[in-house]
Each structure stands twice: as structure tokens, then as C-alpha cells.
Design a protein around this ligand. Structure first.
Ligand code: GLU
Length: 480
């Protein structure tokens, strides 16, 4: 594990900051989840604190080991290490049961024998009466209240005895002050009939046990917060601070989903993004440091603060992500790129020749590729010949260019095979045959590479090698 940075300026003397990322393993590592992890981790790192990974796997129907693996793999790929964990909630069952017993014993929770059907009927009646459907507290013990007699054929749930008076208020570190009346909250089920604890309860016990000081999470959890605070209070626990980060939206203003394109972190890996580019983009999604766009993790951690998180939802912009990726590709180390590009290229061209060296091809193409996939696609022309499409030839190769091309075929056999000499030969041919540069460069490009999009024709031909260039050019001229 890398050394942690020394505590930053805002380091609070007496608080050891502890944050967590608590994904539910019910799919892949979502872009939104990755951003939550990024912010939580940066906050801990910024203050010399501890970042914890906790897998919330109690939803047995939806949680899968593959999804756990996808989350861990995503975290690894993004190089987001953690100081503690991964903790798995399923391994903490005995602890939840212990705390449940504690709440029952202290009178903060009670058994409720109302069956599912009974609760449904209760709700239906409330709806008909124009009331908000809620549990009516029929099994809630109160002084002097006589409870129904305990049925023998029903296993009870455990409900939390939520305060009826007053309100729950907290100062959200992103959203500002929030206050919810207790009258809005009914007695939450914290254990099912089979004794297994429910979601909100596990979160509370974990945040308490793990001494979380700052809960940084998506604002889809704001509604859970007052319930969680009430339970924490009943346990006599110190309350964490909460920072609810607005959701990420698609370009159409709807919550980001598959409809908007890839939302899985590992899909971006597959699509040829660099992890540091994705992180950089995610860091700017709903957080800003002036107009800074490109910065590395170290810089981000040094700058990161909760105050600068936007209160309004950010919109996911795939073009901007692509642009950032391109900036990172430009400056990425060639050897690293070779490793990343080779397997992609092997998908396109079976058996990549040793010449031209892939490192040189990468160096030439990385300036103009948006993704590793694009880079590999562009690199293919150096390792296999694809016959240019007829329409492409018709569009670019004019009759007036043919004499110049024939002349160049002779020149190319003679000159020293360097970018400078190739450039000089093309320029001279253009002058001699009274053509503009593109009028000769485009036919050459299309004939030799099969595509109108390549880097500078001189650099491309130099790297492709004399033999391949002459073969491809001659083959075309012979076909006329
Ligand atoms: N497991 C929850 C989720 O994946 C997060 C819970 C939390 O951060 O408190 O949405």
C-alpha cells in the first residue's frame, strides 16, 4: 500500500477521519459508485484518515460473487486502494443480531406480529381514507397500552421504535441543513421474521462499529439518513457527518443509466480508456477546483474538499471523457501503451510482425487517438494491407495525380528512407506535376494505407517501410 500523504491543512486535530465506500454487489461497479469511492477516498487521504471498503451483500437475491469480483476488479483497475476491508456484511450477522437484542432489551425496538397481509390491508384502508400509508403502531408498546395477544402462528418482525415527536436535523456537508419531522417516519422493520437484519440497520451498525466519521454517498440515500440517525441515537452512538452527493445524470437530464451508454467502470477499461483519465473525469463530475481540468490523483487529493461539491446534479458527458482520455494518451509512456495496445491489435491482426516496432507506431498514433481501441485500429495498417475501397479510390485518386504517383514510385525506390527525404520527394513531385500537396498526399494515403485518416503521410510512410510502401503503390498502379 502506498504511503499516505501527510495530513492536509484542514486536518482536524482530534478527529481521525474515517470514510467508507459501501457498494451493494448487485451488478457492476457503476460510474456513480466509482465517483462516490473516489470522493470518500480522497477525503480520507486528504486528512490523513482511513478509507474503508465495505461490501453490502445482505440482499441474497440480488448479490452475486461475480459482482463482488467486478467491484474489486474495478477498484484495482482504478488503483483505488483502501486501508481497511473489504468487510462483508454477511460475515457480520452475529454482530447485527447482538445489537438487535440490545435494542429490544433497551425498549428501542419491539416485536411486531402483524402479518404482511395485515399490513397491506392497513395501508389499503389508509389509502382509501386519503391518508399516507404507514404502519399504525399496533404492536408498538406504550405505557398503559394493552397490546394484542401474541399469535402463535406468526413469526414477528422487529421494528425500531422511532420517536414520534420532534424532528431529525443534520447539517449535510453538501446540501446544507436538512430537517425531517419524526411524524414522517414510521417504525422501520429492522429484522425480518427469520431474524435477518434489514438494510438500514446493517448500515447503522457498521457505520457505528467502523467508527465512520464522514458518510459520503449518493443523495439517493438522503431518505434513509433520518432513520439511520434515529437508530444511531438509540444506540448512544456518535453521529457521523453526512455528505450527500447529487446523482449523475445523462445528457437528457435523466438519471445516468445504460440507455446513455456504458455505465460500468470495467466497460470503460474494455473500451480503451486509461484509468487515470476516467478518474480525472469523475473527479470533475460535480466537483471543481477553479477551471482546472487535467490533474492527477495526488493533486486531486491535495485539493479535494466537500464544500466544492456542487449541489446540483452533474451531467455525464462522454465527449469530454473522450477528450480527457486523449490528453492522457498523448503523454502516456510508450512501453505501457504497447502492452495495452498489443492485445487489442492482435484481435484485428493475427500475428503482429516485429517491424515496424509497435513502440514507434504507438508514438506516432497516440497524439491523435481518443482511446486505446482507436489506437489499435489505427495501428493495424502498419501490420496488414487492407485494399482501399473502390469509392475511396474514386473519391481521392484523380487522373491528374497518376503521373505524379508513377514518378514517386520510382523516387521511393531510390531515396534514403527517412521522413525528411520522403517529405522532400512528395513536395518536389507536387511542384513538378503542378499539384497542391493534398492532391498528391491524399491519393498516396488512400492507396497505401486504405484509409484517408492517418498521421502525416511522410511519417506514416517512413514507419511503414519502403518495401510495404512500394508493394502497395505498385500493386495499385499495375491494376490500372
Ligand atoms: N449499499 C448502498 C448502495 O450501494 C450504499 C449505502 C451507503 O453508502 O450508506 O447504494
Amino acid at each position: 500500500m502506498p504511503e499516505r500523504p501527510t495530513p492536509g491543512l484542514n486536518y482536524r486535530k482530534h478527529i481521525m477521519i474515517r470514510t467508507r465506500f459501501a457498494p451493494s454487489p448487485t451488478g457492476y461497479l457503476h460510474i456513480g459508485g466509482a465517483r462516490t469511492a473516489l470522493f470518500s477516498r480522497a477525503y480520507a487521504r486528504r486528512h490523513g484518515g482511513t478509507f474503508i471498503l465495505r461490501i453490502e451483500d445482505t440482499d441474497l437475491e440480488r448479490s452475486t460473487p461475480e459482482s463482488v469480483e467486478a467491484i474489486l476488479e474495478g477498484m484495482r483497475w482504478l488503483d483505488m486502494d483502501y486501508d481497511e476491508g473489504p468487510y462483508f456484511q454477511m460475515q457480520r450477522m452475529p454482530r447485527y443480531k447482538e445489537v438487535l437484542a440490545q435494542l429490544l432489551a433497551s425498549g428501542h425496538a419491539y416485536h411486531c406480529y402483524a402479518s404482511r397481509d395485515e399490513v397491506e390491508a392497513m395501508r389499503e384502508q389508509q389509502r382509501l381514507a386519503g391518508l399516507k400509508p404507514r404502519y399504525d403502531g399496533r404492536w408498538r408498546p406504550e405505557p398503559h397500552k394493552i397490546l394484542p395477544s401474541v399469535p402463535t402462528d406468526i413469526l414477528p418482525v422487529v421494528r425500531f421504535k422511532n420517536p414520534v415527536e420532534g424532528s431529525v436535523a443534520w447539517h449535510d456537508l453538501v446540501k446544507g441543513p436538512i430537517e425531517i419531522g419524526n411524524a414522517e417516519l414510521d417504525d422501520l422493520i429492522i429484522a425480518r421474521p427469520d431474524g435477518t437484519p434489514t438494510y438500514n440497520f446493517c448500515v447503522v451498525v457498521d457505520d457505528w462499529d467502523m467508527k465512520i466519521t464522514h458518510v459520503i454517498r449518493g443523495d439517493d440515500h438522503v431518505n434513509n439518513t433520518p432513520r439511520q440517525i434515529n437508530i444511531l441515537k438509540a444506540l448512544g452512538a456518535q453521529l457521523p457527518q453526512y455528505a450527500h452527493v447529487p446523482m449523475i445524470l445523462g445528457a437528457d437530464g435523466e438519471r445516468l443509466s445504460k440507455r446513455h451508454g456504458a455505465v460500468s467502470v470495467l466497460q470503460y477499461q474494455e473500451d480503451g480508456y486509461l484509468p487515470e483519465a476516467l478518474l480525472n473525469y469523475l473527479a470533475r463530475l460535480g466537483w471543481a477546483h477553479g477551471d482546472e481540468e487535467i490533474f492527477d490523483m495526488e493533486q486531486f487529493i491535495a485539493w479535494f474538499n466537500l464544500e466544492a461539491i456542487s449541489r446540483s446534479p452533474a451531467r455525464f458527458n462522454p465527449e469530454k471523457l473522450l477528450w480527457i482520455n486523449q490528453q492522457y494518451l498523448k503523454f502516456a509512456d510508450n512501453e505501457r501503451l504497447v502492452k495495452l495496445v498489443r492485445p487489442r491489435l492482435e484481435h484485428i491482426v493475427a500475428g503482429i510482425a516485429a517491424e515496424p516496432p509497435l513502440g514507434e507506431v504507438v508514438q506516432l498514433l497516440k497524439q491523435r487517438s481518443g482511446t486505446l481501441t482507436e489506437l489499435a485500429e489505427a495501428a493495424a495498417l502498419f501490420y496488414r494491407y487492407s485494399e482501399p475501397a473502390k469509392e475511396l479510390l474514386e473519391a481521392h485518386v484523380t487522373v491528374s495525380a497518376l503521373p505524379a504517383l508513377r514518378h514517386l514510385a520510382l523516387q521511393f525506390a531510390r531515396i534514403e528512407w527517412t521522413k525528411t527525404e520522403i517529405n522532400a520527394a512528395i513536395k518536389t513531385a507536387a511542384t513538378d506535376f503542378k499539384l497542391k500537396m493534398p492532391e498528391i498526399a491524399m491519393p498516396l494515403r488512400v492507396i497505401i494505407t486504405g484509409t484517408p485518416y492517418t498521421p502525416g503521410i511522410d511519417a506514416t510512410l517512413a514507419l511503414l517501410g519502403r518495401t510495404a510502401v512500394l508493394q502497395r503503390l505498385q500493386r495499385y498502379l499495375d491494376s490500372l
